[in-house]
Design a protein around this ligand. Structure first.
Ligand SMILES: [Zn+2]
Length: 298
């Protein structure tokens, strides 16, 4: 049995063929062109699915996507302006009718968490929090071995925890949200303000590791904001494990160790006991795996 799996993000649509064992047998990607709107993006998914169907004996389609997703009915319940006209779209209905295959859809951060629980850093752990740190900060929560989605499919929006009341304006319409200070985009902004030019994060981390004082000051400020938010989450949820994914996880042990050094002194002793913090293992493949798993869980 093979599944066609998709991961719809703001910049690219990753897709591939995943086996029931969780092996990715083929993968590729195409630009999302998010500005063209939700309907156009889903039509891309339909035409790629039809193409894949000609080459592979596919039993179903499973989609990981940005936005808050009603995973029961397959509807986008809320999406920001990054993808115009996405809110309200019934993805499952559209793709199912045109491909004549069963379809599942789930929020992308939830897919990261499911993918990491199935084949990554959260294997065997029943209570954990998964954060994706990229353009924004997303969160997903596993409780008693199950994804917790909330009463209207929107739990885990940790990126919008208030860090600085009256702080910087946020895409959610509020101000001072966590992701405005602790996302990788926030770090990039901080760095470009400080250095007076845009620096790729890979070059920034190079500078940082060479001991550049200006880089170190930016990093310390960003890290302090990042772990202040983590402190809130840890005290609230008392998780066994936190898995960190998203673009920033490419920084590996260097980043992980500085997060640990910064967060542990901020939390109460009983919360720190047995708490593990790990980087996600599957990189940008976690969402395809998570999408496959939600299809198989039915
Ligand atoms: Zn916000």
């Amino acid at each position: 049995m093979f599944l066609a799996c998709f991961d719809i993000g703001g910049t690219s649509i990753k897709y591939g063929i995943v086996s029931v064992e969780g092996e990715i047998l083929y993968d590729a990607s195409t630009p999302t062109e998010a500005h063209l709107g939700g309907e156009t993006i889903i039509q891309k998914v339909v035409s790629i699915s039809k193409e894949l169907k000609r080459k592979w004996d596919i039993n179903g389609i499973s989609i990981s996507t940005a936005g808050q997703i009603d995973n029961v009915n397959g509807i986008v319940v809320h999406a920001t302006d990054t993808i115009p006209n996405y809110t309200g779209l019934n993805i499952v209905e559209i793709v199912q009718i045109q491909t004549e295959l069963p379809v599942k859809v789930e929020n992308d951060v939830n897919c990261t968490a499911i993918g990491e629980h199935w084949k990554g850093s959260a294997q065997g752990v029943e209570d954990f929090l998964c954060l994706t740190i990229g353009t924004g900060i997303g969160g997903a929560l596993f409780l008693n071995g199950k994804l917790y989605t909330g009463q209207s499919f929107s739990a885990g929006e940790v990126g919008h925890i208030t860090l600085y009341p009256k702080g910087q304006a946020c895409t959610c319409g509020s101000a001072g949200c966590y992701e405005q200070y602790a996302s990788s985009q926030a770090l990039e902004k901080l760095v470009s303000t400080e250095f007076g030019e845009t620096l790729q994060l890979i070059d920034f981390f190079q500078l940082l590791k060479s001991g550049d004082m200006k880089a170190l000051a930016c990093y310390d400020q960003w890290l302090d904001d990042l772990t202040t938010g983590l402190k809130t989450m840890i005290h609230f949820l008392n998780p066994r494990l936190i898995v960190l994914g998203g673009g920033i996880s490419a920084q590996g042990d260097f980043l992980l160790n500085s997060i640990k050094d910064s967060v542990y002194p901020k939390i109460m002793p009983n919360h720190a006991r047995n708490l593990e913090i790990k980087m996600a293992m599957n990189g940008n493949k976690a969402n395809l795996l998570g999408a496959a798993k939600i299809f198989l869980m039915e």
